[in-house]
Design a protein around this ligand. Sequence first.
Ligand code: M6R
Length: 596
Amino acid sequence: MGYVGPKPAAEVLLGGLKRLEYRGYDSAGIALADDGSIFLQRKAGALRVLEEALAKSPPPVSHMGIGHTRWATHGGVSDHNAHPHTDCSGEIAIVHNGIIENADDLRLELLSQGHILRSETDSELVAHMLEHGKGDLRARLSDVARRCEGAYALLVMDVHQPDRLVAVRRTSPIAIGATESEAFVASGAIALAPWLGECIYLDDGEIADIRPGKIEVFRLEDLQPIAKTLHPIEGDGAMPDAGEHGTFYRKELMEQPIAWRRVMAGRLDELGQVDLSQDGIEENLLRAVQRVVFLAMGSSLHACQMAVERLADVVALPAQAELASEFRDTRNFLEPGTLAVAVSQSGETIDTLAALRHARQLGANVLALVNAPGSTIARESDYVFDLRAGFEISVASTKAFTTQVIALELLTAAFAQARQRPLPPADLQALRAVPTVAEDFLSALRLPKDLIDACAAAPGVIFLGRGQDLSLAREGSLKLKELSYVWSEAFAAGELKHGPLALVDQRVPVIVCATDPRHAVKLRSSLAEATARGAYGVAIGSELGATLQLSLPLKERIGAYLLGALPLQLLAVDVAEARGCPIDQPRNLAKSVTVE
Ligand code: M6R
């Protein structure tokens, strides 16, 4: 976060950092220009710890500063590794997101030149490199950026260049905005919302000179000026509030029916016709597609795995869901007619972005399904499907995941329609009905204490599924891990006897996802194998003779899948609370994973 203008900079920086807090971090700091020198305060831990330190030693009234929340990569979590970092003279300060991959070489070079390095971070090196070179700050930063390999968003201030910040981007996001009298920079537009209605986004290989009322952007390569487009900033600037729900995770879990209605609005009509032309997805595009490759990570990948099942089953369209982090290294061709679909809540996940760029190089058209239409993934795609789930603050995804499932079902239905083999009307009616059914289902949904206690005390929890339910099982397992830190794993039910059954005893709950009734008979046998060994068995969907049967009020596959996600999401938070875990920001995790 950066600020130049008449307001007290410390307040603006802390306000912006608070709005980015939900993304996850482990330390925080600010640097303020103070009459020819730099005031620096950095603290390991929550922003609150930084604020307490600032209350004890109040910062100067300054009108230029930068701030940062760090998620440790190089160097442990400590005050001295927290950003901002300064050069030897303490006159230049920098903050950095990303990883500088040639840091070891740069460190040796700087040490041999006599620089005093005070942290173990790759980021500090940039401050020292800026001491060298000729020209003004922009020229120096562009020289330094060209020498850094890896990913970075860098924001720099120099006390000798008042009223000016300089930022450069390679891969990690930067949003910038200005009014006549002030200028703001942040790693996400959400941090700018209290002060600005629109902003520009730096693209890769761009450097920005930022002054009140004036933002100039240049190509890093040759320093040629670039005209940028202003994008609206979503939200009214009010701090999001979990209200009566206590945590954003519970709030977002409960507000899923609203998000589901929003994603369908204008795309699915009462007659079951799907129209994605508002997203630029026309029938001729859908007809030309021969194969779909989904690229995603985490929960977003699970939504894609469900879509692969659906496309194969109802459209007979070959599709695969690829772990985006593997795609770039393992694929060197794509069949002609391939549509790459990048699915990402944040639109900034670096693995997904890198995979998207690779798919493009291999000749694919790219469709982005994102919850942030101004994000990098959206800007680099040919078509953008906005999920409209609303801000998801909790690191563990709920409404973004289920909204992705619906968006992908709409895409499946559009493919089916374009190929003259529309989905059964009952499926689409169930989709339209699911928000209302879910409201009633959610308001009555409670999990028994003995299940929560069993999971909270378990050495591990096993999730099973077949077909579409394997992706649901994976999602249930991921949620439980993220929130409660209970070790869990999802298996295809058929795998159980081939090894995992050795893990099962009376301490290991086994949760079977059974939202597709076609697999009920086989799933019943898998569950019986586990309960015969003393496991606490849970069935979600079809009746399987489990210790706990959670039936669902819709039987159609997509409707049941969405409803089946809800008890899994609830289980994760109930177990996490029973174990005393923080809910919205699980340890070690970040909301927007912008480093590889
Ligand atoms: O923003 P994205 O959807 O690209 O994020 C992908 C994953 O990092 C994300 O789904 C992660 O697994 C969530 N924390 C899951 O709850």
